[in-house]
Design a protein around this ligand. Structure first.
Ligand code: GLY
Ligand code: MN
Ligand code: MN
Length: 440
């Protein structure tokens, strides 16, 4: 992603804010894992979206005040410090950051508080993400108080606080051409990782061996990290929606559900495939699998501009409910089962979600209480599933089967582009692919 794209986003934000506004966007900080070790650093998505600056503890301050001709971008970041850099890693430092990231001004963090008071002075509105970052909130209120306590020096404290996410979430919902390139790439890498897992699966291997294969493939193809905790659930572990223990042996005859996607230059892919450890579906597994796939394909017909997630969900629910009735897992009439939501015992999550810098990306799903219409440039997942708990009151042949199929769809002018099309999905495709790989 180049600096002009980040700069253009800042300009879009500045012109969407009310006149005479300042905006404060904090970077993420390192989070302690235990004692003196930290979790892998991940930049805050809003901060990344507007700056591309990769270091922790930085701040971006934007203003559209006329004294800055309507556009000022200021970065505060860690100062260069040879000793800290030996221990904790390289720092860009403000001087270099200003050049490398094409920002109006850049200062060391030491100057943050007093410079922020000066920057804020004379603005009417402050935009930031309330409740998103405690440290940022404290700093903001401290600076506001300093301004309010200094009437004799003719300071003017802003009088209104606005939520910057109202603007930023809407911007992030619509992916630019450059973002779509990155999302296609994240999807393509993740497709290869799922194929690798299908190739490697065998009875006796552990779920975490498949997890390792997936992460290895991500890295070999240029994506260092997963976008979220990889789920490898074999047998009835597949019925636990956010299963991440990934520590059970694979058993021939079971299915394994893998929900995994890489993060590529900040952007997430989010793919689920469910396949037989042995490479061949049993008749019961095949019947349920086909049902989930039919539901997904039925939902796909509603993925186009003007349609919405409710229409797609209703279609998937209809297919799943009718299928469960046909298999004797539900009983009664279709309409009654849909009305009383009996399908929810077996399909208990939503059909999908926005996808982007965050795996569950930002953006409203409703506008004025109504389901928002799809528009070109939105990216979402479509991920129906059927999960029959081991103790569900159904015939034993169905118990302990969990299936989800998840793809990533870009809404286009004509309909959609399935970014994750390449991961084998039909029963025939999966069985043929696994047979071809030789271990099955
Ligand atoms: N991987 C999380 C989800 O599918 O929503
Ligand atoms: Mn998902
Ligand atoms: Mn997923």
């Amino acid at each position: 992603m180049c600096n002009t794209e980040f700069a253009a986003r800042r300009e879009t934000l500045l012109s969407a804010m009310l006149a005479n506004s300042l905006c404060i966007i904090p970077a993420a900080s390192l989070v302690t894992r235990s004692r003196d070790t930290e979790y892998l650093f991940r930049q805050d998505s809003y901060f990344h979206y507007l700056s591309g600056f990769p270091e922790p503890d930085a701040w971006l301050v934007l203003s559209n005040h006329e004294r800055y001709a309507g556009s000022l971008s200021v970065l505060f970041c860690l100062e260069k410090d040879p000793l800290s850099e030996i221990w904790q890693g390289r720092r860009c430092g403000p001087q270099q950051a200003q050049k490398d990231f094409a920002l109006g001004q850049a200062f060391g963090l030491m100057e943050l508080e007093h410079k922020l008071v000066d920057l804020m002075d004379g603005h009417q509105h402050v935009y930031f993400a309330q409740g998103h970052n405690e440290k940022a909130e404290q700093l903001l209120f401290t600076c506001l108080q300093v301004l309010r306590d200094a009437p004799k020096q003719s300071k003017q404290a802003p009088t209104s606080l606005m939520d910057v996410r109202v603007i930023l979430d809407e911007m992030r919902l619509f992916k630019s051409d450059a973002e779509i390139v990155l999302m296609r790439h994240a999807a393509a890498i993740s497709v290869e990782a799922h194929k690798q897992a299908m190739t490697y699966a065998q009875g006796g291997k552990n779920e975490y061996h498949l997890e390792a294969q997936i992460h290895h493939q991500f890295a070999m193809l240029g994506a260092k990290n997963p976008a979220y905790g990889t789920i490898v659930g074999s047998g009835d572990n597949a019925c636990i929606l956010h299963y991440t223990e990934n520590n059970q042996s694979l058993i021939e005859g079971d299915l394994v559900l893998i929900d995994a996607g890489c993060e590529y230059l900040g952007y997430a892919a989010d793919i689920t495939r469910t396949f037989p450890v042995s490479g061949r579906f049993s008749p019961q597994q095949a019947q349920l699998y086909q049902l989930v796939l039919d539901a997904q394909l039925a939902a796909f017909t509603y993925i186009k501009p003007g349609s919405n997630i409710k229409l797609a969900t209703d279609q998937a629910v209809k297919v799943i409910t009718q299928g469960l009735l046909d298999l004797g897992i539900l009983s009664g009439q279709l309409g009654d089962n849909i009305a009383n939501q009996s399908f929810r015992e077996f399909f208990m999550h939503g059909l999908g979600h926005w996808l982007g810098l965050d795996v569950h990306d930002v953006g409203n799903y409703k506008i004025d209480g109504l389901d928002r219409a799809f528009e070109p440039g939105m990216v979402l997942t479509i991920e129906p599933g059927i999960y029959i708990a081991p103790d569900a009151k159904v015939e034993p042949q169905w118990q302990g089967i969990g299936i989800r199929i998840e793809d990533n769809l870009l809404i286009t002018e004509k309909g959609y582009e399935n970014l994750t099309q390449g991961a084998p999905k039909s029963i025939l495709e999966i069985e043929a692919f696994m047979a071809q790989q030789g271990q099955h």
